[in-house]
Design a protein around this ligand. Structure first.
Ligand code: G4P
Length: 525
């Protein structure tokens, strides 16, 4: 098969949601459709259980299991679909943010009762910055929830998406009768004890069709007719071009656990979602069908098991063909590396692969060569854009608790930061080191790993900080900010200037007083 045929066959996407909205259940149903798994429950191990939040070793262990499900591939309608897993646990949100840099589109799952929740807002904001095409799946229609119109409003307001419903629910909870597919013009009837084979679909091209009344009762049919009229007046027709530009998001309704509405979602997805896209580098735009191979590392998973110290670096292939046992240029280190065991992950199976194509994600065993954002190429010097660090939200001073191990500490911190576990800032005024993370759990992980992997000891001290923002602007404006707010200025690991805000108010004050300075919530601007 030609390279362009391989590329056109691939769809690489992520499913994002607030924990418990139904991401795992939906993933599993999609895999069932593709025949990648045979039984329900096979993906469950992927989930980090809430009960274990205080026990970081347990959480890391579970996260270790989830390495196996980092990428789940399945075939459907002649397409090869790669789902990149995004950890649901909010302490690993940064892993999820970075995974979003490696997808071409996303499906957002929203719980009909809870509506748009905070984690979803943050994740969709990352997608919007990158103009990633978004499809929304409103889940749990078998339960009572919010009014569908109110939900669409909430999605538009809180997520900043323009939406258009492509299916519409008929009742909900106890009265849930099914959905009308505006996209396929058919009625799909809900059977609360149904299985996917039993999903009953009736072609109804004209909503005046009396069969509608017969199937869902006259009252429900009338409501549907009225609501579809309102939809026509309120929302634009679906347009693939706008969707692909990240400007219009189709919305589907269903119930993942009942496998209801999932096939409609998948059928639309395979029709409209983008094949692997071109990627920007600092040097030039990389088209996927270029003959020369290129890719970037977007996630590194370290093994917490002391007997298996190796790490797995996840590589997204952007162009050409990746081949096993072939020398590639590790651009940052300017040296050649080859890989004898590149791995693909498929639900519960790991397989060594000989070749991989644009859109694919493979795991590379790594002894410490890689850091997040590194590029690997056939020889060209390329630096992929769009793999930023995200503004952390939790901070602690980090102190060396064993002065005899200063070197080990420096090395350990350096490597952990390369893995993207957290970010290290150095305050300009006094040189004190501050660790910033997205989730509180990372502090325990860092302390444990420094001790067990590097033989170094750290202690933490609280620091009153709310946000760290990267700053840019002309020299005069920056210098003025630095001279006035010296104690709030730090440098990140790459020497970039950062403003440390004690509170949301302090940040606002700084923004108001220094309008010429731009404050950024991600390291890429
Ligand atoms: P997550 O990955 O987004 O965190 O969510 P997950 O799929 O694990 O789903 C969270 C809970 O919601 C699960 O129940 C799951 O069964 C349930 N769920 C998913 N889809 C639907 C749906 O369409 N309708 C209803 N009513 N529930 C749904 P749980 O009790 O936490 O787990 P389990 O014991 O059922 O596995």
């Amino acid at each position: 098969m030609s390279l362009s045929a391989e590329i056109n066959k691939r769809r690489t996407f992520g499913i994002i949601s607030h924990p418990d909205a139904g991401k795992t259940t939906l993933t599993e149903k999609l895999l069932l459709f593709g025949g990648a798994i045979q039984i329900a429950g096979a993906v469950k191990s992927n989930k980090i259980k809430k009960a274990a939040t205080s026990d970081f070793m347990e959480i890391e262990r579970q996260r270790g299991i989830s390495v196996a499900t980092s990428v789940m591939a399945f075939d459907y309608k002649d397409l090869k679909i790669n789902i990149l897993d995004t950890p649901g646990h909010e302490d690993f949100a940064e892993d999820t943010y970075r995974t979003l840099t490696a997808v071409d589109s996303v499906i957002v799952v929203i719980d009909v009762a809870k509506g748009v929740e905070p984690q979803t807002e943050k994740l969709v904001a990352v997608c919007r910055r990158r103009n990633t095409p978004v499809i929304v799946f409103v889940n749990k229609l078998d339960r009572e929830g919010k009014d569908a119109f109110d939900l669409l409003d909430e999605i538009e307001k809180k997520l900043g998406l323009n939406v258009t419903p492509l299916s519409w629910p008929i009742g909900m909870g106890q009265r849930f009768k099914g959905v009308y597919s505006i996209y396929e013009k058919n009625l799909i009837l809900f059977n609360p004890h149904g299985k996917q084979e039993e999903e009953e679909t009736i072609q109804i091209t004209d909503l005046k069709d009396p069969r509608l009344d017969k199937e869902v009762t006259q009252a429900a049919a009338d409501t549907l007719r009225e609501e579809v009229e309102v939809i026509k007046g309120l929302y634009p027709d679906f347009d693939q071009e706008y969707y692909l530009a990240g400007e219009l998001s189709p919305v589907f309704f269903g119930s993942a656990v009942n496998n209801f509405g999932v096939r409609e979602l998948l059928d639309c997805f395979v029709e409209v979602a983008p094949a692997p896209l071109a990627r920007e580098t600092e040097e030039r735009v990389i088209e996927p069908d270029e003959n020369v191979f290129s890719g970037f590392i977007f996630k590194i998973h370290a093994n917490m098991d002391p007997n298996h110290r190796d790490r797995i670096a996840f590589l997204r292939i952007c162009s050409g063909v990746f081949e096993r046992n072939t020398n590639y240029l590790h651009v940052r280190q300017a040296r050649k590396l080859k890989f004898s065991n590149p791995t693909s992950f498929m639900a519960d199976k790991k397989t060594v692969i000989d070749e991989a194509y644009p859109g694919d994600v493979i795991g590379l065993y790594d002894s410490g060569n890689f850091k997040i954002g590194d590029s690997l190429t056939s020889g060209e010097v390329l630096h992929f854009k769009g793999i930023p660090s995200f503004s952390p939200e939790q901070f602690r001073y980090v102190n060396n608790a064993d002065p005899l191990k200063t070197k080990q500490l420096a090395k350990g911190l350096d490597q952990l930061m390369d893995e993207g576990v957290a970010q290290l800032f150095s305050r300009e005024l006094d040189g004190r080191k501050i660790i910033g993370t997205v989730g509180a759990l990372q502090f325990d992980v860092i302390q444990y790993r420094l001790e067990h992997e590097y033989g170094a000891k750290v202690s933490y001290e609280p620091v009153v900080l709310n946000r760290a923002c990267w700053i840019s602007g002309d020299d005069k404006a920056i210098n003025e900010l630095i001279s006035r707010r010296r104690k709030d200025i730090a440098k990140d690991k790459d020497g970039k200037l950062v403003f440390l805000a004690e509170s949301a108010w302090a940040l606002k004050m700084a923004q108001d007083n220094h309008p010429e300075v731009q404050f950024h919530f991600s390291s890429e601007f």
